[in-house]
Design a protein around this ligand. Structure first.
Ligand code: PLP
Length: 432
């Protein structure tokens, strides 16, 4: 299934698509729907009082959490939790030097293991993906052309806007439309450098792009392909098969789709599957060394806390020993939810079977009531309001993690049935 690029009036501002050429003041009114929900809805801007596994307490209300990005459940894994204290005693709570000044050995250990896991030429760690986009996209774009996929994550788009501010030319490419990429690349004046930025596994649709085609086109036009696989790293990996639908080792989209790192920079994070505050670029060593002086967070930002560095290293161990089994369990749990959604005849943009499932509503204005219904029935999800998604996709996002119990999946599936009876949901087109 292809996802059509929204029209200008549908263009969105966060997890999904990016708007056109003009900036903030014009769009203030567009945040109205989201602000109303933020200020009044129990499932937004909530205070979580307590967690027990994947059950969370908001006020006196216990809910099954389907809004967590901790896909592998490492946040609750005893070996990961136990890894922290020893490193805190060794390094203190926080290294405090910027990386250019000095990095605890933990950084080198992580980069070495990560590079081997990804099968990449090299890797560079910085605190968050958002910081990477804001600093690295402008450094890579220079005075050249920076092209951004219309469904790219808002943080990528912001990096591209920074690049434009520093002298790059910003162009938008229609989502899921490699031909449009080719057209835009062909229109870039000869001699101008080209950078194309897009998501790996999309944070709202749950689908991976046709990376082989995008990579081929970028190589043909000598463009650097910059891919943010925040949601794929840890979940998908090499050699997918019917027996292991998410693949092995969780080593991200390039390996999952059998691609190479030629002309490609992969960005990923540990804040989702590895439940730690750290992010990375997979890139050639020459570029890594350049970014050490050209990307502001390497020079000026405080580093990730010791606990995050420790939990990443422990996460590697757990991934090696148990990761493939955890991914199988995650794929089976996700399949149970998707089967239920299909049985109910509901539409979702997810065609990948990956654990991000957005369900668009039939009536956009029902979002408040649908969210309250889910909350009352003990299900916690991400409300996908406009402008987080195009108006035609307003609904809610379910994320499955390996730490969700089968009882929670049962509960979710039951509540989805009740929801489908009570509210107008978008329906799956019947097969022709
Ligand atoms: C695709 C994508 N990129 C980047 C980010 C931000 O990552 P970080 O928290 O490391 O800045 C997110 C977070 O939701 C995301 O979904």
């Amino acid at each position: 299934m292809s996802i059509t690029s929204p029209t200008r009036s549908q263009e969105t501002h966060l997890g999904g698509t990016v708007h056109g050429s003009s900036d903030a003041p014009r769009q203030d009114a567009r945040w109205g729907d989201l602000e109303r929900l933020r200020s009044s809805h129990p499932m937004m801007d909530a205070v979580i009082e307590e967690v027990r596994g994947r059950r969370i307490r908001v006020g006196d209300h216990w809910l099954a959490d389907f809004a967590s990005c901790n896909y592998l459940g490492f946040d609750l894994h005893p070996a990961v939790i136990d890894s922290v204290e020893q490193e805190l005693r060794r390094w203190g709570t926080h290294p405090s030097w910027s990386r250019l000044l000095g990095s605890p050995r933990l950084y080198g250990d992580i980069e070495e293991e990560l590079t081997a896991l990804l099968g990449a030429p090299d890797s560079l760690l910085l605190p968050t993906i958002s910081l990477i986009h804001l600093s690295v996209i402008p450094a890579l774009a220079g005075q050249g052309a920076v092209l951004v996929d219309a469904r790219a994550h808002k943080t990528i788009y912001e990096g591209c806007v920074m690049a434009r501010g520093a002298g790059a030319t910003l162009r938008r490419v229609r989502a899921d439309d490699p031909e449009d990429l080719e057209k835009v690349l062909a229109s870039v004046p000869p001699g101008m450098s080209r950078l194309f930025c897009m998501d790996g596994v999309n944070s709202m649709t749950g689908n991976a792009p046709d990376l082989a085609t995008y990579a081929r086109i970028c190589r043909e036009y000598d463009a650097l392909l910059y891919v943010d696989d925040a949601h794929g790293f840890g979940v998908i990996g090499e050699s997918p098969s019917p027996e292991a639908p998410y693949g092995k080792r969780g080593n991200s989209i390039v390996r999952y789709l059998g691609e190479t790192y030629d002309n490609l920079v992969l960005v990923g994070g540990f804040s989702k599957s590895y439940s730690s505050l750290l992010a990375f670029l997979a890139l050639p060593t020459g570029l890594k060394n350049h970014l050490k002086v050209a990307a502001a967070p390497y020079l000026y930002s405080g580093p990730s806390p010791t606990a995050s560095l420790a939990t990443v290293l422990a996460g590697f161990r757990v991934n090696e020993l148990e990761g493939d089994q955890i991914r199988l369990d995650l794929s089976a749990k996700t399949a149970r939810v998707l089967d239920r959604i299909h049985e109910l005849g509901l539409f979702t943009l997810n065609t990948s079977g990956l654990p991000i499932i957005e369900l668009p509503l039939g009536e956009e204005d029902d979002i408040d009531a649908v969210g309250r219904f889910l909350f009352e029935r003990g299900i916690y999800v991400t409300l996908a309001a406009y402008p987080l998604v195009p108006r035609s996709e307003v609904g809610f996002r379910i994320q499955i993690t390996a730490a969700n119990g089968d009882d929670e999946i049962d509960q979710l599936n039951e509540v989805l049935g009740e929801l489908a009876e009570r509210f107008t949901m978008q329906r799956r087109p019947s097969p022709a």
